[in-house]
Design a protein around this ligand. Sequence first.
Ligand SMILES: *[C@@H]1O[C@H](CO)[C@@H](O)[C@H](O)[C@H]1NC(C)=O
Ligand SMILES: *[C@@H]1O[C@H](CO)[C@@H](O)[C@H](O)[C@H]1NC(C)=O
Ligand SMILES: *[C@@H]1O[C@H](CO)[C@@H](O)[C@H](O)[C@H]1NC(C)=O
Ligand SMILES: *[C@@H]1O[C@H](CO)[C@@H](O)[C@H](O)[C@H]1NC(C)=O
Ligand SMILES: *[C@@H]1O[C@H](CO)[C@@H](O)[C@H](O)[C@H]1NC(C)=O
Ligand SMILES: *[C@@H]1O[C@H](CO)[C@@H](O)[C@H](O)[C@H]1NC(C)=O
Ligand SMILES: *[C@@H]1O[C@H](CO)[C@@H](O)[C@H](O)[C@H]1NC(C)=O
Length: 775
Amino acid sequence: MASIICFLLLLAFASLAKAQETRSNITAGSSLSPTANSSSWLSPSGLYAFGFYPQGRGYAVGVFLAGIPQGTVVWTANRDDPPVSAGATLLFTNDGRLILRSSQGEETYITSASLSAYSASMLDSGNFALYDPKGSVLWESFDYPTDTLLPTQRLLAGQQIISSISATNHSTGIFRLKMQHDGNLIQYPVNTPDTAPYSYFTSWTGGAGDNVSLNFDVDGHMFLLNTTGYIIRNVTPGGLPTKSTIFIFRIDSDGLMRMYSYDLNQKGNWSVVWQSTNDECDPKGLCGLNGFCVKNDQQANCQCLPGFDFVEPGNWAAGCERNFTAETCRTGDASASYVIQAVDNTLWEDDSYSVVPSTDKDGCKQACLEDCNCEAALYNGGNCRKQRLPLRYGRILLTEPTSALIKVGIAKPVTADQNKKEMTRRDILYVSLSLLAFGFVMMAISVVIICKNSMWTYQRIRNKIEVGLAKDPAPRPFTYAELEVVTDSFKEQIGRGAFGTVYKGVIGEKTVAVKRLDKYLAEGEREFQTEVEVIGRTHHRNLVRLIGYCLEGTNRLLVYEYMSNGSLANVLFDSSESRPSWDERMEIARDIARGVLYLHEECETQIIHCDIKPQNILMDKNRAKISDFGLAKLLNADQTRTFTGIRGTRGYVAPEWHQNKPVTVKADVYSFGIVLLEIICGRRKVDVDLPESEAILEEWVCECFWNGEIGKLTGDEKVDEDELKAAIKVALWCISDDPILRPPMKRVLLMLEGSAEIPTPPIPSSSICTDKSFV
Ligand SMILES: *[C@@H]1O[C@H](CO)[C@@H](O)[C@H](O)[C@H]1NC(C)=O
Ligand SMILES: *[C@@H]1O[C@H](CO)[C@@H](O)[C@H](O)[C@H]1NC(C)=O
Ligand SMILES: *[C@@H]1O[C@H](CO)[C@@H](O)[C@H](O)[C@H]1NC(C)=O
Ligand SMILES: *[C@@H]1O[C@H](CO)[C@@H](O)[C@H](O)[C@H]1NC(C)=O
Ligand SMILES: *[C@@H]1O[C@H](CO)[C@@H](O)[C@H](O)[C@H]1NC(C)=O
Ligand SMILES: *[C@@H]1O[C@H](CO)[C@@H](O)[C@H](O)[C@H]1NC(C)=O
Ligand SMILES: *[C@@H]1O[C@H](CO)[C@@H](O)[C@H](O)[C@H]1NC(C)=O
């Protein structure tokens, strides 16, 4: 037995030295099965194997160290797929594809479906490779690292490794290490943008340029190489002596990077020769939302904020949630149902929506109690930063002066029954925590935490977002990362307008539209905040509702309710068969008028839309709603007219925009008039395919009206002549050159509803109806 092991070891040394040359020979037509004699293909030395290894109650496919008792897994194929049962087979088919077939006959590709290889090989470096007939590599596992790097494996610019759920569950965990194109090697939590606020480890080599790579020598030395081949940073020292030592580098499930060594002669255990930090609380996201990390006896420990309990005791990453039902908060009497509890010396992600400058701690507490939007505040000895829940990336840091002030509901008298339930819940918590502690002692060195699948965390975030939505009708702040989750990384673009791009997203069950504003237009956080609040306070059935917003760095995003039927432009101009009937069209016109009227006269702060056009009228079933209101102001706090020329859409813009006259709500009335003409005639404002006399809609309408030929305007459509004439008269009033002549929106609506007299419109003075021969 001993001699066999010696032989294996000898082989191992020999092959490590010339890893690339020694190949096992796996030919097309081979197969493996978890329980048969051959459940894996060994590397020539027997150190590494590719094939089935036990995972949960079944098996997974990957590369593992078959030559040591621990059988350490270093690579997993399709790591997020559920384990397969004993009846599964791994096939290297005759046509050269690598397929995992479950006992039910379902097939999954291990490499890409299009790849057809001639032979395969498990190399002594731990790399599993597929070759073409000439022996060139078509695919290798080294190019698709999971959580581990092996000597001679490189992490190239743009690549990342992601931790596993736990030492025994190799599904995607919650931390990642990325070799960035800017030359930095950085650790982040998963599902975050690659930006500094989320990082918790950096090599400080940013600026070294693209194409920096992380390299790993067989002696355990890891270093960053720049494009010209210079070592610009040592990551691990390496140079450790004996040739019988093997190394692996891994981002562990607790978020720390560790270099492990194993002495093949001594058959001992893995030992940690390097780790990225001694502070186990460093990794952001370890404690989940509303939890914070405390170091006890050199180990990280998560706790919940006051008034919060673990969502899932024992699973830190799932975070904490309030253990009380939040009372509906009414401005003024909030302190009646809440108290503030402080957690001192804590560090959190600052995601404040408002800052109260130079105050004391009591002032900060009071400020939060008095503000219904405030759920917590961070007080740093001067400023008071008001926050919405959840709080993220919390940890105790004794050098940190910040106190987290948490709004906690005052407990209502608890009935005996509730009390009992509470006790049982507590008991479960305690038992679970004891079990967890017990588990800790028993676990191998690399296991530090039991984490949860990132999908789960993802769901949590989505649910949290949803809870936030239901509770509060005011627009709520989102982090950029949350909106990335909501829109699946801005995958589905549903529109592009003057202000930015609109993406489809999902929050819980609800579909939303996320509008990303162009950066250069949006400056000033304070103004943005104020304007968003103004927009947020507008609630009307004919206005698209603003659900939330994001203000983070240079990012400005708005989250709106999603409108399923596209815009009025689609409805009117795109689909001639399904064009709404005359009655439906008039109802749409009245809907728009109601929305504009609300903006002008009924909401707290008057809003001039400035950009009313069919593209900004969205359709939900058959109701029209106005979108993009308030944006004009939002994008230019100084409001009126400064953006003449760039603002508005040619053709819908009132003449005063082009003259040096003040712009008032009447500019919107003009735009509405043009839209009304389009609704009446069911055609675009300008249509160059039509004869010259008909191409410009308002000129043609004007001409037909004064010539008494309005029947021409609706073509084949049968429309009551009186109704048609009334609608045209309203539109012509609206598009009067002189703003003073244009009726206010209230009157426009009354006229459209038939409850106000419509006088004969004024004879146009300028461009419109140039041929006045008919008057
Ligand atoms: C692998 O096996 C095939 C068929 O048995 C043979 O043709 C080929 O030469 C072998 N290749 C190596 C590298 O041993
Ligand atoms: C397993 O291998 C042994 C000896 O190599 C052989 O006798 C036995 O039949 C094999 N079993 C299967 C299921 O192939
Ligand atoms: C691994 O963890 C994920 C997420 O918690 C879970 O869905 C999966 O079933 C686990 N796999 C095993 C084999 O336990
Ligand atoms: C990046 O690095 C690789 C390998 O070091 C090299 O082959 C390639 O030419 C480099 N690319 C650039 C753009 O420098
Ligand atoms: C790589 O690093 C060396 C040494 O620091 C430096 O002289 C060289 O300019 C760097 N190459 C690039 C492409 O930055
Ligand atoms: C909520 O948890 C806190 C501890 O953080 C505890 O003091 C309080 O009694 C709990 N409240 C309820 C209603 O369970
Ligand atoms: C490795 O170390 C852990 C604890 O450090 C221990 O529980 C385990 O039994 C060891 N494994 C071997 C094979 O010695």
